[in-house]
Design a protein around this ligand. Sequence first.
Ligand code: BT5
Length: 290
Amino acid sequence: MENFIEQRIGEAFTPEGILAHLGTSTLGRRIEVHPQVGSTNDLAREAGRRGEPEGLVILAEEQVKGRGRLGRVWTAPQGCCILCSVLLRPRFSPEHAFYITIAASLAIYRACVALFDQEASHNHELNKPQASSLKTPTIKWPNDVLVDGRKVSGVLSEAEFSGHDWAFAVVGFGINVNLRTEQFGELQSVATSLSAELGRPVDRAKLIAHVLQELESLYLLLQGGQFGPVHSQWARALETTGKQVTVREAAGIVEGKTLRVDPDGALVIRTRQGEEKRVLAGDVLPGNGQ
Ligand code: BT5
């Protein structure tokens, strides 16, 4: 039985395997699975330009040109992670584009929290002492999901516009699912995987179905103009609030204490000089989060 479960969990993605767990009405009703691509975001953008309907999900077992924000690289060993892009056709104003990233990180965060909660109650049922090593996921502003301070997932939203309106949006995310920490190489101190944190393999098909389900319900709120509830849930999950941070933005470095996130997603920092600074795009640098 154990072997069977291991084998099933380690299986390649198939659309049918995911659809069997999927309860969405739009997202993922059409799924493409590719053994190897440049970047799933590129394929989703091509699909957007071809006029494919929203909800198309592109998954790959391997990316040779996986990208992060600002020209950075996303790396993942073949066949053990989630590398996914979703085509969206938002109806809300493009000025709220940042909410797509917020919704995706919140969806991934929620699916991860559910996994960790299940593990805790499973341990409880088995009368195992609560694994003191079991950590809670958090979101690091603006787009990372962390477990115990290390990155388990990143989100890259991209959009194309037609005049002042959307042509379409693509939200791409990578989730480190079944990897040993040694497989991260030089990223080992900053990255982790769900299997490493839980101490067991995770069913990728179930997980992606759960993420898509969460993403759809958040996206429906956005399509209905309800940004407030999405923002407040995201703000609650942020590990960055109330901490001393150093943030790198295009204009330079901002240091200070994080006060809040504004409705447009900006991180508000009180600098040592007592000034309030809003950072709309940047990175919270590691190692200074207390
Ligand atoms: C992100 O960028 O975190 C967005 C990553 C989005 C990846 C997905 S995979 C499917 C879709 N197709 C794509 O081509 N991309 C999307 P950023 O915040 O810029 O973080 C990038 C940084 O994360 C890198 O510079 C590394 O330091 C680190 N990194 C790279 N691979 C990682 C991994 N597997 N786990 C944790 N950290 C990683």
